[in-house]
Write a protein that binds this ligand. Structure first.
Ligand code: GLP
Length: 239
């Protein structure tokens, strides 16, 4: 694994955006899984800057989101779909994408359709991932097996609380979610993991130990042949 330590969130954003731009220059229609949360916001801002000022054309990329809350539709501002549309799809002029629909009457079928759409395009060229404090990837919570398919999951109390404290607009956080499974993420040609904040230090240490342990889903990434981790110094373990 290629672990890149950066000073702060600004440097993380720049470094991560450079990787996306470079991949899109090699493969303009790359199939990419996109994360939500606070960590990737700076990367998305840098990507918009590249598109607006450096003539970067992202319009042929084929993005998919990683996860969504059950019960939140694509128009709900709390949904991950709304986040990806606002941060990425509209400003970058990307027409061809697929976002999980949290209001789908059959959420299990919706997860399977999402994964099938990725597979129909030949799988992911790049999975960009954030990291949960408990080591979750997308919404693959602790205990998830490496061959897990895309599915509906119950969120842990920690994840619900983490989400509740940062959710805007405020409101009760959903307890169930749709997620891409670890299998399709681990099969991605490349994985880019973004880590920022002291609360992620234990999870990042679990990855760096190099022992696959389903108690820390992130540790299952360790043997991926093309894994890049960009971590800001505040996520470095202090003990
Ligand atoms: C949620 C998402 C994850 C994301 C995590 C971290 O749980 N489902 O995909 O990695 O949040 O978010 P943040 O970057 O805000 O810490």
């Amino acid at each position: 694994m290629n672990l890149i330590w950066v000073e702060d969130r600004d440097e993380l954003a720049e470094c991560a955006a450079d990787q996306v731009v470079s991949l899109s220059r090699q493969k303009p229609d790359a199939v990419i899984a996109l994360p939500t949360g606070r960590t990737p916001l700076g990367m998305y801002a840098r990507l918009r800057h590249h598109a607006q000022h450096d003539g970067w054309d992202a319009s042929h990329l084929r993005p998919f989101n990683l996860d969504e809350f059950v019960g939140l539709g694509t128009d709900d501002p709390r949904s991950y779909a709304a986040y990806i549309q606002t941060e990425v799809l509209r400003p970058l002029g990307i027409a061809q994408s697929r976002l999980l629909n949290g209001l789908h009457p059959d959420p299990t079928a919706e997860c399977q359709a999402h994964e099938m759409a990725i597979r129909a395009l030949g799988g992911l060229d790049l999975a960009i991932l954030g990291l949960g404090a408990n080591g979750h990837l997308a919404f693959n919570e602790p205990g998830t097996a490496a061959d897990a398919g895309s599915r509906v999951v119950s969120l842990t109390a920690q994840t619900i609380n983490d989400h509740q404290s940062h959710q805007t607009p405020a409101g009760p956080a959903p307890h169930t979610a749709l997620t891409l499974g670890l299998k399709v993420l681990l099969e991605s040609q490349r994985v880019l993991l973004l880590v920022s904040g002291q609360s992620k230090a234990a999870a990042l240490s679990a990855l760096c130990r190099g022992i696959a342990d389903t108690a820390w889903p992130v540790s299952l990434l360790h043997d991926h042949p093309h894994l890049t981790v960009i971590a800001s110094l505040d996520a470095r373990a202090t003990t």
